[in-house]
Design a protein around this ligand. Structure first.
Ligand code: ATP
Ligand code: MG
Length: 252
């Protein structure tokens, strides 16, 4: 059973962003992958993080779950400084990352993959409720609970990876390229599920190369360019921005 959380987050201030990132710098050896990334996500928002290959999108998400350390800057979640925390502690605080490339367990069944996501749950009933929520989000998974994860299609594996993260009942879900390599129809279904996850009260920060799809679901977005935020704004404004259209929407 999980004991009371040791970090004692302060009572939530409704005006404070849930996630507040200020001037994060990340180095890989001598290379600065992030020079200074500042962004925030308010409770209940869906926010998109877009940018070209190598801009630092994945690095930003990996730094937030403490897989890579930052060398300057600050990030708080619900008022708690993330810098001294381990990846596991960040998960316990309520942040879940769905990494690029659908890291599921291919030899475990869909049900087993989902149950692993719920390891923080105290009891079987909570696990069952979470499983029902995921099956509602992704009926295709419900039809395939006994199937091995590795035999799912690419799109279904992405659904499973997201479903597993949802099983942990996060308050902030970080998604890295959920539509990568997936047929447009399934990608749209995945984004509809992201919309439903957000409607259930989960805050979402989503990294995407499919800029249009991401900005259609997100209310706001940030454009990363070589490790810095080059632009930010309401999704509609970004979709209408000539530079964004030229660079990330194929000029359309
Ligand atoms: N483990 C690593 N070691 C060294 N350099 C790295 C490492 N991971 C990423 N980088 C470098 O950091 C920069 C940012 O990479 P990152 O993966 O964050 O970009 P990205 O925006 O997610 O790109 P993509 O759209 O291709 O996924 C790149 O120049 C990359 O080569
Ligand atoms: Mg990436």
């Amino acid at each position: 059973m999980r004991t009371a959380h040791p970090f004692r987050p302060p009572p939530p201030d409704r005006d404070e962003p849930l996630l507040d990132v200020a001037g994060i710098e990340v180095r890989y050896g001598g290379i600065r992958a992030l020079t200074s990334v500042s962004l925030h996500v308010r409770r209940g928002e869906v926010v998109a993080l877009i940018g070209a290959n190598g801009a630092g999108k994945t690095t930003t998400l990996r730094s937030l779950v403490r897989v890579v350390p930052w060398s300057a800057g600050r990030a708080t979640f619900n008022g708690v400084d993330l810098s001294p925390l381990s990846t596991e502690e960040v998960t316990e605080l309520g942040i879940s990352l769905v990494p690029e490339g659908r890291a599921i367990f291919p030899n475990l069944t869909v049900r087993e993959n989902l149950e692993i996501g719920a390891y923080l749950h105290r009891n079987k009933q909570a696990m069952q409720e979470s499983l029902e929520d995921v099956v509602k989000l992704f009926p295709r998974l419900g039809e395939r609970l006994a199937q091995e994860g590795g035999t799912l299609s690419g799109g279904e594996q992405q659904m499973l990876a997201i479903g597993r993260a949802v099983m942990a009942r996060p308050s902030l879900l970080l998604l890295d390229e959920p539509s990568l390599g997936i047929a447009p129809k399934l990608a749209r279904q995945i984004f509809e599920a992201i919309r439903a996850i957000a409607a259930s009260g989960v805050t979402v920060l989503v990294v995407e190369q499919n800029t249009r799809l991401a900005l259609e679901v997100a209310a706001r977005g940030y454009v990363l360019r070589t490790g810095e935020v080059a632009k930010e704004g309401a999704s509609k404004a970004l979709l209408d921005d000539p530079e964004v259209r030229e660079a990330y929407l194929g000029g359309h």
